[in-house]
Write a protein that binds this ligand. Structure first.
Ligand code: THU
Length: 134
């Protein structure tokens, strides 16, 4: 079984860049491409709130804008600014964006440096509406 700890460590590192002055909830993500590259992201908030971008989407948009579309896994870590990051499930919008590019077996890695849970997109977004439905 794949060891996703290095990917989780990169998500923890990315979390340090979180710009979250309103929620004080810091999230980091590390997206692994099928070719082995990693794109990281953090959440970026806005004074008008709705433009806020989650860490997962920051990583995905960075990768797609660089021409990458084949992804294997994403590690996510989140938590309050003054606390150590830990388990943080992706929001519904991020699950939908993941489903735009990834199959049901795409791995969603949650936890922290000590404990890691590996889920799949199929598990986290069942009965999804994707480009296959159009
Ligand atoms: N957030 C993420 O970055 N990813 C998630 O999956 C959950 C929520 C961010 C958005 C916002 O900046 C803060 O966490 C609180 O919701």
């Amino acid at each position: 079984m794949t060891d996703y700890k290095p990917l989780m460590m990169q998500a923890l590192e990315a979390r340090k860049k979180s710009y979250s002055p309103y929620s004080h909830f810091c999230v980091g993500a590390a997206l692994l491409t099928k070719s082995g590259k990693v794109y990281t992201g953090c959440n970026i908030e806005s004074a008008s709130y709705t433009p806020t971008n989650c860490a997962e989407r920051t990583a995905i948009f960075k990768a797609v804008s660089e021409g990458e579309r084949d992804f294997e896994a994403i590690a996510i870590v989140g938590g309050r600014a003054n606390e150590k990051g830990g388990f943080c499930a992706p929001c519904g919008v991020c699950r939908q964006v993941i489903a735009e590019f990834c199959d049901k077996d795409f791995k969603i890695v949650l936890g922290d440096e000590e404990k890691i849970e590996v889920h799949t997109l199929g598990e986290m977004l069942p009965y999804s509406f994707t480009n296959k439905n159009l």
